[in-house]
Ligand binder design. Structure first.
Ligand SMILES: NC(=O)c1ccc[n+]([C@@H]2O[C@H](COP(=O)([O-])OP(=O)(O)OC[C@H]3O[C@@H](n4cnc5c(N)ncnc54)[C@H](O)[C@@H]3O)[C@@H](O)[C@H]2O)c1
Length: 336
């Protein structure tokens, strides 16, 4: 079966997902496009989806009879109403992160999906599909013994001028928030944030770098360094320390050079290159589940937990090293 997909939001990632569905993956076809900037949707149609129909609004696209499933890749603040409309229409929906910009909004989606009694939403937490993280999770399950600590880092060479301190949580740490609780099969209970001295390249509206310390239900302590003006590259690090040994996220594949009296490996500089294969795998998983009228992978519940945890981390940024509790409602059985 070919799942007929409607894409809402055809900017950087929406257009790339449309390309992926039509040119790389099996089992899906982009039949509808919508963007508040109609020229953007037209460009995607011209480039990768010649048979797609353009819709003036996302709501019209969701309601279209020939759209089986919806992909939401518009700006974060617009995700919630589109996801709710897709659930109301009973259509599987892939939503880029964030699921919603508030924990209340994410909870409304969890409630709507739970009321329908069927998984319909996959959130775009693609790191769970990265081969390195998948191997790391297996090593933690079968080799290292029970985890005790995690040391992680999320470094960007630079960020736009408009990037402010809270965005280090909502836009950057959000991926660690999701992937680390998946990796450990655990949940968070508190967050603390510490700031070393300001990096010279950081703008005045941004405290950079920062260290977020998350404590889990099983007592694992996680430290994540977020350094978005590190200058040297886009670098994602993760090491799990267990009872019997440690396991480290593999480095991305890079040719080793012996050059100029140095042994060298290039480091990536663009985040788009780091998880490029994971995007393919996550969307293939979506198409597979959507063909059965459902969704798999990171759920609305995971989107809700990420939102609650992000809010606590932002509060912790203000709390000067004091622990902020992370409390959530009971997990509905749909997500077990
Ligand atoms: N998973 C990831 O690693 C990852 C990577 C990049 C972006 N994202 C997420 O994807 C989303 C889009 O990011 P982007 O980088 O592609 O941004 P972008 O600005 O390049 O594209 C967003 C597009 O959505 C359109 N749009 C905005 N509001 C709309 C609305 N109400 N209805 C229809 N279209 C609307 C804009 O005109 C724009 O073309 C964001 O939520 C972002 O956080 C996730």
């Amino acid at each position: 079966m070919t799942v007929r997909i409607g894409v809402i939001g055809t900017g950087a990632i929406g257009s790339d997902h449309a390309r992926r569905i039509n040119q790389v993956l099996a089992g899906g076809k982009v039949v509808a496009l919508s963007d508040v900037k109609s020229a953007s949707a037209e460009a995607v149609r011209a480039g990768v989806a010649p048979d797609a129909k353009l819709y003036a609004t996302g709501e019209q696209l969701i309601a279209a009879d020939d759209v089986d499933a919806v992909l939401v890749a518009s700006w974060g603040a617009t995700h919630e109403p589109y996801v709710l409309a897709a659930i109301a229409a009973g259509k599987p929906c892939f939503c880029e992160k964030p699921l919603a910009t508030t924990a209340e909004g994410a909870k409304r989606i969890v409630d709507a999906e739970t009321a329908r009694g069927r998984r319909l939403v996959q959130v775009g937490f693609m790191r769970r599909y990265d081969a390195g993280y998948v191997e790391l999770k297996e090593a933690v399950r079968s080799r290292t013994g029970a985890p005790i600590m995690v040391h992680a880092a999320h470094r960007n060479p630079t960020v736009p001028e408009a990037y402010v301190t809270a965005m280090a949580i909502h836009d950057t740490l959000i991926h660690e928030i999701d992937v680390l609780r998946w990796l450990l099969d655990d949940d968070y209970v508190s967050a603390r944030v510490f700031f070393p001295r300001q990096a010279a390249r950081a703008n005045a509206k941004l405290r950079d770098p920062q260290v977020v310390v998350l404590e889990t239900k099983k007592g694992v302590l996680i430290d994540v360094e977020i350094f978005v003006n590190c200058h040297y590259g886009y670098d994602i690090q993760c090491e799990v320390v267990g009872e019997d040994g440690t396991a480290r996220l593999p480095e991305p594949m890079a040719v080793q050079l012996r050059l100029g009296a140095k042994l060298q490996n290039d480091i990536l500089t663009d985040w788009k290159d780091r998880f490029v294969s994971a995007y393919d795998v996550e969307l293939q998983d979506f198409l597979k589940a959507a063909a059965r009228g459902t969704a798999a992978g990171p759920s609305s519940w995971d989107g809700y937990v990420a939102a609650i945890t992000s809010d606590a981390c932002v509060k912790a940024q203000e709390a000067q090293g004091v622990a902020v509790p992370i409390e959530m409602v009971r997990k509905p059985a749909l997500y077990d």
